[in-house]
Ligand binder design. Structure first.
Ligand code: SF4
Ligand code: SF4
Length: 471
C-alpha cells in the first residue's frame, strides 16, 4: 500500500498591524473572504489596519502578493510566532526595509478610432467626448448653467466605461477630489461656470503647488456675482492672472466652436500631463450651448501611469504629492523650478490663428464666440475693399505674442472684439509690454452682461475707424 506523503500546510498570513495602511488590496485579493476592513485606529500608525480571520484560510498566498507594504502581510513561520505583532518592532525582526525601486512610467498608447461621419453636438458635449477620448475616466463636479450638459454626458458615459462620475457637494469638494485623483496619476476633469470656478481657485493653487494635472472647463457666464447665464468673457483675468494664491499659472485654451471644444479638450489633457499642471479650457455660455458639426480624431488615448504618481504600490511608494514646503529655502527652490516650467510653457505652447493677416493693415483681435462674429466681419470688410485681418489667440496664457509681433509691423490699428470688460485687451497689452513691443492705436467693440458683439456693428465700427484714418 502506497500512501502519498502529506503536504506540509501552507502558510497563513501574519499581520503586523502597525505596518498596515488599510488599503484593502488584500481584501480584494482573498478568494476565501478571510480579511475584512478594520474598525480601530492603530496608535503607532494612526491608520486603520485590516482584520485577518484565519479559520477559512487555505494559505494560497494571494494576499501576501497583493500587499504593497514590505512587511505588512507575511507568511506565518515558527520564528514569527515568537513575536507579539501588536508590540514587536518589525524592523528589528526583519532588518531595515530595502529602498523601493522607483517606478518606471507606463506610457500612453494611441488606439485607432474607426472613421465615422460628423456628429452634431453642443460645445459642452463635444468637450465631454474629447475628455473621454483623451482617456479621462474620472469626473467630479457640481452642476451650474450653462456648463451642465457636459457633466450630464459624462454621467451617462463614464459608468459604462468603467469610470467614475461624482456629483460633489460643492465646487470646493470638486477641486479637492480632482487633486487626489490627479495625484494618483489619473485623468480627471470638471465642467463649471464662472461663480463655480471662483470657488475652485484655492484648490487649483494647491494643485499647481503640488504639480498635479487636471482639466477645468469654465463655460463663462455673465457677472459679477451670480450675474446671469449669458455668454461673457469676464473670467480671462481670473484664469490668466488669478488662479488662487501664490505663484500660479496654468495654460488657458480658448475654443471658438464645438469642434475646438473637442480638439482643445484632448490637447488640455496632453498639456496637463506634459507639465504636471492644471489646464483651463475657457469657453463662453453661447459656445457651451450652441450645436455644431464635430468630427472625431483618428485615435483615442489609453493613458499610462506616470512615474511620479502616488498609486500605493511598492514602486511608487517613495513619491510624495504635497504643496507644503515649510523651509523657506526649499519653497524658494520649488518656486524657481515652477518659474522654469512656466518659461517652458511660454516658449513652447503659444497658439493662435491668423485669418487674412498677410496684407492686413487693420487687425481684429478676438477669441471664443466673438471671434466667429469677427471672422464674418473680416470677410465682409474685405469684400468692401478694406485690408482687414483677424488675430485669434488659442492660448490666452501664455499669450501668443510671437505670432502677433510680425503682424504689427504693417498694422495701423487693432480692434478688440470682446463680450467682456476688456480683459483680453489687458492680456494683449501686458504681453506686448513684456516683449518690448509698442502697439498701434487700439480700438474696441465691447459688450457686457451676456450681450455678444454683432456682425454688423463690428463691420460698421471698423469701417468707420478705417475711414477716419484716411482723413
Ligand atoms: S492566504 Fe489566501 S486564503 Fe489565506 S487570507 Fe491570504 S488570500 Fe485569503
Ligand atoms: S494589503 Fe497590506 S497594507 Fe493593504 S490592507 Fe492588506 S495588509 Fe494592510
Amino acid at each position: 500500500v502506497v500512501t502519498a506523503a502529506a503536504k506540509p500546510p501552507r502558510a497563513t498570513p501574519f499581520l503586523f498591524p502597525q505596518l498596515c495602511k488599510g488599503c484593502g488590496r488584500c481584501i480584494a485579493a482573498c478568494p476565501k473572504h478571510c480579511i475584512e476592513e478594520g474598525t480601530e485606529i492603530n496608535p503607532a500608525s494612526g491608520l486603520v489596519p485590516v482584520i485577518v480571520h484565519e479559520e477559512d484560510c487555505n494559505g494560497c498566498g494571494l494576499c501576501f502578493d497583493a500587499c504593497p507594504e514590505p512587511y505588512g502581510l507575511q507568511p506565518r513561520t515558527r520564528a514569527l510566532e515568537r513575536f507579539d505583532p501588536a508590540t514587536a518592532d518589525p524592523y528589528a525582526v526583519f532588518g531595515p526595509a530595502a529602498a523601493p525601486t522607483p517606478a518606471e512610467p507606463v506610457l500612453d498608447r494611441k488606439r485607432p478610432l474607426p472613421l465615422g461621419g460628423p456628429m452634431i453636438l453642443k460645445g459642452t458635449q463635444a468637450s465631454a467626448l474629447g475628455a473621454v477620448l483623451a482617456g479621462c475616466r474620472h469626473f467630479f463636479g457640481y452642476p451650474i448653467t450653462p456648463s451642465t450638459e457636459g457633466a450630464e454626458l459624462m454621467a451617462a458615459l463614464l459608468p459604462r466605461l468603467g469610470g467614475v462620475f461624482v456629483q460633489a457637494v460643492s465646487e470646493v469638494a470638486t477641486v479637492n477630489m480632482m487633486y487626489g485623483c490627479g495625484g494618483s496619476g489619473m485623468r480627471s476633469m470638471t465642467f463649471t461656470s464662472s461663480p463655480g470656478f471662483s470657488l475652485m481657485l484655492e484648490g487649483i493653487s494647491y494643485m499647481v503647488g503640488a504639480e498635479v494635472p487636471g482639466v477645468f472647463v469654465n463655460v463663462m457666464r455673465g457677472g459679477p456675482g451670480l450675474g446671469n447665464i449669458g455668454p461673457e468673457q469676464a473670467d480671462i483675468k481670473l484664469a490668466c492672472r488669478g488662479l488662487g494664491h501664490g505663484n500660479t499659472h496654468a495654460i488657458v485654451l480658448a475654443p471658438a466652436d464645438p469642434q475646438e471644444m473637442l480638439d482643445l479638450t484632448i490637447l488640455a489633457f496632453e498639456l496637463a500631463f506634459r507639465y504636471r499642471n492644471p489646464v483651463v479650457l475657457l469657453a463662453d455660455g453661447y459656445l457651451g450651448q450652441v450645436t455644431g458639426r464635430v468630427r472625431l480624431p483618428e485615435h483615442l488615448i489609453e493613458p499610462g501611469v506616470p512615474a511620479w504618481a502616488v498609486t500605493g504600490d511598492a514602486g511608487h511608494r517613495r513619491n510624495l504629492i504635497c504643496s507644503t514646503l515649510l523651509d523657506e529655502a526649499d519653497l524658494e527652490a520649488h518656486n524657481v523650478q515652477l518659474n522654469e516650467k512656466y518659461a517652458r510653457m511660454m516658449a513652447r505652447e503659444q497658439r493662435a490663428e491668423v485669418y487674412c493677416g498677410e496684407d492686413a493693415e487693420w487687425l481684429l483681435v478676438a477669441c471664443n464666440t466673438p471671434a466667429r462674429m469677427a471672422r464674418g466681419a473680416v470677410a465682409a470688410l474685405r469684400d468692401a475693399g478694406h485690408r482687414v485681418g483677424l488675430y485669434r489667440p488659442l492660448t490666452l496664457w501664455p499669450f501668443p505674442v510671437a505670432t502677433l509681433a510680425p503682424l504689427l509691423a504693417r498694422a495701423r490699428g487693432l480692434v478688440m472684439v470682446e463680450a467682456g470688460p476688456g480683459q483680453l485687451e489687458e492680456e494683449l497689452r501686458l504681453a506686448l509690454s513684456l516683449a518690448g513691443l509698442v502697439p498701434p492705436p487700439i480700438h474696441a467693440v465691447r459688450h457686457y452682461g451676456g450681450v455678444l458683439p454683432q456682425h454688423q456693428e463690428i463691420v460698421d465700427r471698423v469701417a468707420g475707424i478705417v475711414e477716419a484714418a484716411r482723413g
